[in-house]
Design a protein around this ligand. Structure first.
Ligand code: NAD
Length: 256
């Protein structure tokens, strides 16, 4: 018995990184998964490997969302879960951030999450689940990522309001707040075909040893297990909450 047997879940940003691992784990736990992304070749190939489906979905585009839900319903008949995972990160001090860049980060991270909830929630079977991917920076500040942090704080606001509004239908809405995770976002070497992935992870583990109590960068498979918990019946009495998965980074600073 899989923990998601009989459930149909849409995962955005599923072509790589945390979304890829969520799609893999959800399939392994018995779910039908609709992988959605803008990286069509990669998403198609992964869906084929997993025996799942892929759809092009730019999360900032209303029409793409409607098409994705229609695809899921045509293929599987119903939708039980959504993981709003797609996201982008840009680095600038706030005073140097071009308006265009700020708005693009908001479009993907915040508007994308809003459109996902707004489009998918009415279609969810009662008892459905939504997992929004916020961040460690949805709960605290980090210099150099102002647009991103603002958008991830907003994701937590959306999560709480959606949880309140959807609770009467038994739909649960929670958020994941990862710290640093070994994906292309935090480890650009993952996008370099000439780079040695093991070496890049060792270097990042060394960097985070000083910052993170558990002494290493997180792995996308670890985040996927949290997404599974929040999408399955194991979390049946939990809604409206942010779940920090950061190796203890947010716990505080050490002076010893
Ligand atoms: P990633 O860059 O590997 O994956 C992001 C995925 O989102 C990619 O597949 C990308 O194509 C997709 N995407 C980007 N824009 C999109 C759009 N407009 N529509 C649809 N898909 C789009 O990084 P990741 O770490 O796997 O990121 C997953 C989520 O985790 C993001 O929301 C990110 O903000 C969040 N997060 C990541 C970290 C980290 O350290 N990696 C930390 C905290 C939060």
């Amino acid at each position: 018995m899989g923990r998601l047997d009989g459930r149909v879940v849409i995962v955005t940003g599923a072509a790589r990184g945390q979304g890829e691992q969520e799609a893999r784990l959800f399939r392994a736990e018995g779910a039908e998964v609709l992988l959605a992304d803008v990286l069509d070749d990669r998403g198609e190939a992964l869906a084929k490997e997993l025996g799942a489906r892929y759809t092009h979905l730019d999360v900032g585009e209303e029409e793409d969302w409607q098409a994705a839900v229609a695809t899921a319903k045509a293929a599987y008949g119903h939708v039980d879960g959504l993981v709003n995972n797609a996201g982008i990160l840009r680095f600038h001090a706030l005073v140097d951030t071009p308006l265009e860049e700020f708005m693009e980060v908001v479009r993907v991270n915040q508007t994308g999450c809003f459109l996902g909830v707004r489009t998918v929630a009415p279609e969810l079977a009662d008892g459905g689940t939504i997992v929004n991917t916020a961040s460690y920076t949805g709960l605290t500040g980090m210099a150099g990522v102002g647009a991103y942090a603002a958008s991830k704080h907003a994701v937590l606001g959306l999560t709480r309001v959606a949880a309140l509004e959807l609770a009467p239908r038994g739909i649960r809405v929670n958020a994941i707040c990862p710290g640093a995770v070994d994906t292309a976002m935090a480890n650009p070497a993952r996008l370099d075909p000439d780079a040695d992935p093991e070496q890049s992870v060792r270097a990042l583990d060394g960097f985070y040893r000083k910052l993170v109590p558990l002494g290493r960068i997180g792995r996308p498979e670890e985040v996927a297990r949290l997404a599974l918990f929040l999408t399955s019946e194991d979390s049946s009495y939990i809604t409206g909450q942010p779940f920090v998965i950061d190796g203890g980074w947010l716990a505080g600073v050490s002076v010893i």
